[in-house]
Design a protein. Structure first.
Length: 284
């Protein structure tokens, strides 16, 4: 069996040296949102190898590099039950699985909960994390492998501890492509299709931030409520403009889910513009 511990690719340092307590945070803060706006400086890059790991699947099977990297490329997708970006991107990932599941192995990696709350707290044990992975698989009816690394997220941190990123590796475990957000469907789709059909990748990464986040606004309300009242409160306290835009998006139900986010942003910009104009008129 092939292993990503081969000589191909470069030695990869840890992307994030957070302590266990920092990694398994209990409440969301603005710093976490800022961290998610781009890849970490020492994150895993195309051309580097996936580090040694041991994953536990929702059925209790243990998977190492040698079990995962065999004769197909592998797509890792990060996700959690309390992540609005996961809620937004999973329908697109399911479409890609239907198209290319025979040529590429898919693995959804249950990572730390993005917005923990009273109903879905941050796991403190591997048993709790596996339980969340099982709930994730069932909730989204995911047909491919769903697994978790250890409770401190060693693989997640080594790649880059983002809530809903994508890493596409070849059959030897060498990273071919990465995307900051799985919701950047255009870039992810192009990368998967190119690798599945043996074509040259147009780009080895996507760091697109604005579009995936805006398109996910419509999922914030339902996903944060899933976590619990504390998750909702933390969002409003930490990133008020995003929370407000997400709430506005819920009023545009006639539109498709992704278009609701853009409608909410336009509405917010117009309202703020009118308020600013009103203040200006009062002062003059």
């Amino acid at each position: 069996m092939k292993s990503s511990g081969s000589n191909k690719g470069n030695t990869m340092p840890k992307a994030n040296l957070q302590t266990s307590e920092e990694y398994r945070y209990k409440t969301v803060n603005i710093g976490l949102f800022m961290d998610d706006t781009g890849f970490s400086k020492n994150s895993a890059k195309p051309g580097e190898s996936i580090p040694p790991f041991e994953l536990i699947t929702t059925s209790g099977e243990h998977l190492t590099n040698g079990d995962v990297f065999k004769d197909k490329p592998v797509l890792f997708v990060f996700g959690s039950l309390t992540c609005p970006m996961t809620t937004s991107s999973t329908p697109d990932i399911k479409k890609r699985y239907e198209e290319f599941g025979d040529q590429i192995d898919f693995i959804m990696l249950q990572v730390r909960e993005a917005h923990p709350g009273e109903l879905i707290p941050q796991p403190d044990t591997i048993e709790e994390k596996i339980k969340n992975a099982q709930s994730l698989k069932k909730f989204y009816d995911i047909q491919w492998t769903v697994a978790a690394d250890n409770i401190d997220g060693d693989l997640h941190r080594a790649l880059d501890p983002k809530p809903n990123s994508v890493f596409l590796a070849d059959s030897n475990g060498v990273i071919l492509f990465r995307s900051l957000w799985a919701g950047d469907d255009s870039a992810v789709h192009q990368a998967i299709e190119a690798v599945a059909t043996g074509k040259t990748l147009n780009s080895k990464q996507s760091a697109s931030m604005v579009a995936p986040v805006i398109e996910a606004f419509t999922t914030y309300d339902e996903t944060l409520k899933r976590g619990g009242p504390q998750a909702v409160k933390d969002m409003w306290r930490s990133v008020f403009p995003a929370a407000l835009a997400a709430r506005i998006a819920t009023f545009f139900t006639p539109l498709s889910p992704k278009k609701r986010g853009y409608a909410a942003v336009v509405t917010l910009v117009v309202v703020l513009g009118l308020l600013g104009y009103g203040v200006f008129c009062l002062k003059t």
